[in-house]
Design a protein around this ligand. Structure first.
Ligand code: BG6
Length: 483
């Protein structure tokens, strides 16, 4: 077999976003309130997520009809700027644009029988605009949010009933966007349930850590089943379309060559690969049995669930990659922990301003590991550097640090392709500045395009091309040769 020397001709270069971080228009055209929109903005780079929402803060959020303290309600107003934004992505030569659909635009409360036509029409227009520019939409069905009503009514994914609400929603999407959307993904970073990010929609902040483990893994099981059912639906309704899973890859290394550290790191890695083991191979891996038992997690499965998982194996594996971690035996990885990004520091790596350890070579390591393990096409659907950018008085942003970060990762992807890995695309996170998922800050920017808005929501929303815009344009034009 010929050894590839670079990116394939039809490589999907582009960028990735999520509805609750970009769209705004939170209460327009019939949209319902979502779980992302009740999470308050954090201060000083701290993380605030659904994990921190209490009954009291939830009620305050519901009573508050403004977006002042809830930046995900305003995003960067993509809802009204999508034409201009997509045109700018096209100017960079984008082949693919990853975005998510806000479930609560389609089913505002989640439990209606009929979808909200106005919500569907918005995505009709967005996809049309993408195709006009020759850009392939890559669509996440659920990105860290759901109709808040499903949390209030049945504690989100903790309830099995949510599976049928979800399959009702996905059926509408596959029928409506048949032959329009060719790449789907079910749940964004499905493994973030571990850190209680915003994925499960279950209110569990006041539970003990071990009670959390029970709620989250049960909720996860419901998501696995729902995802597998969606894969089956998609294959039936639109056999040409491809549907994948999405994992937050947490590459980890043993702190030393002490076999105890190596074993801890091995298990930490398995804990990360558990999710793709289920979604790509179609069954729970044995190593989780012991973990569940020792953490007193009892999964309730219904007859037929195992067959559903087998039947609903994904077509490709998509993942986000920002950093790597270090594991030592000290960490007691066999015990459930509700912090997502744990681990120790790596003396060989630099960190971002938010403490994320930057590791381009780790991307090559992960790509090889995925390919060896699964033999399905891989798609890097998030990667990037969150940084504070400075707008100069002449309206420029000199973000050389971002160019350096991305360049190093592109080089490692190319190496992985030469290693024989089947990599189909690369969509960098937040090609246009948007609201941070973990902190709701605007000042944690990832984009090639600067958006004039501050953490409090002040600004003209004007879009400005950063230096990295022109760099990425040339990368795409040369199919990854000019870096
Ligand atoms: C991923 C998420 O975790 O990382 C995105 O899928 C998120 O939604 C991105 O925005 C970067 O994280 P943050 O917290 O810097 O926005």
């Amino acid at each position: 077999k010929n050894v590839p020397t670079s990116f394939p001709k039809d490589f999907l270069w582009g960028g990735a976003t999520a509805a609750n971080q970009i769209e705004g228009a939170w209460n327009i055209d019939g949209k319902g309130l979502t779980t992302a929109e009740v999470v308050k903005k954090a201060e000083n780079h701290h993380t605030l997520t659904m994990n921190d929402v209490t009954k009291k803060s939830l009620q305050e959020a519901i009573d508050d009809k403004t977006d002042v303290n809830y930046p995900k309600r305003r995003g960067v107003d993509f809802y009204h700027h999508y034409k201009e934004d997509i045109a700018m992505l096209a100017e960079m030569g984008f082949k693919a644009f990853r975005l998510s659909i806000a479930w609560a635009r389609i089913f505002p409360k989640g439990d209606e029988t009929q979808p909200n036509e106005k919500g569907l029409e918005f995505y009709d227009r967005v996809f049309e605009e993408c195709h006009k520019h020759g850009i392939e939409p890559v669509v996440t069905i659920s990105h860290y949010e759901m109709p808040l009503n499903l949390t209030l009514k049945q504690n989100g994914w903790a309830s099995r009933e949510t599976i049928s609400e979800f399959t009702k929603y996905t059926r509408v999407l596959f029928n409506r966007y048949k032959e329009i959307v060719k790449y789907w993904m079910t749940f964004n970073e499905i493994n973030a349930i571990q850190g209680g990010f915003t994925g499960t929609g279950a209110l569990d902040s006041q539970l003990s850590v071990s009670e959390k483990a029970q709620v989250r893994f049960q909720a996860l099981h419901h998501q696995f089943v729902a995802s597998a059912l969606a894969v089956e639906q998609c294959h039936k309704i639109d056999p040409q379309a491809k549907i994948g899973c999405m994992l937050a890859r947490m590459q980890t290394y043993a702190k030393t060559s002490d076999p105890k550290d190596v074993r801890a790191a091995q298990f930490q890695d398995q804990l990360n690969l558990f999710y793709t083991d289920v979604q790509v191979r179609g069954e729970y891996p044995e190593y989780m049995n012991r973990y569940f038992k020792e953490n007193n997690v009892e999964l309730k499965m219904v007859e037929g669930d195992e067959a559903i998982l087998k039947q609903g194996k994904v077509d490709y594996l998509a993942f986000s990659y920002y950093m790597s971690n270090v594991t030592s035996a000290k960490q007691d990885v066999e015990k459930f922990s509700d912090t997502f990004i744990a681990g120790e520091s790596n003396p060989y790596l630099e960190t971002s301003d938010w403490g994320w350890q930057i590791d381009p070579v780790g991307l090559r390591v992960s790509l090889n590991e995925f390919w060896d393990r699964y033999r399905v096409p891989l798609f890097v659907v998030e990667n990037g550097l969150g940084a504070v950018d400075e707008l100069t008085h002449d309206g420029k942003v000199h973000d050389q640090y971002r160019i350096d970060y991305l360049r190093k990762h592109v080089i490692q992807m190319k190496e992985a392709i030469k290693d024989g890995v089947d990599l189909i695309g690369y969509t960098t996170w937040g090609p246009i500045d948007l609201i941070s998922a973990s902190t709701s800050e605007m000042s944690k920017r990832y984009g090639f395009i600067y958006v004039d808005q501050d953490d409090s929501g002040n600004g003209s929303l004007k879009r400005i091309r950063k230096d990295s815009f022109f760099w990425y344009k040339q990368v795409i034009a040369s199919n990854g040769d000019k870096l």
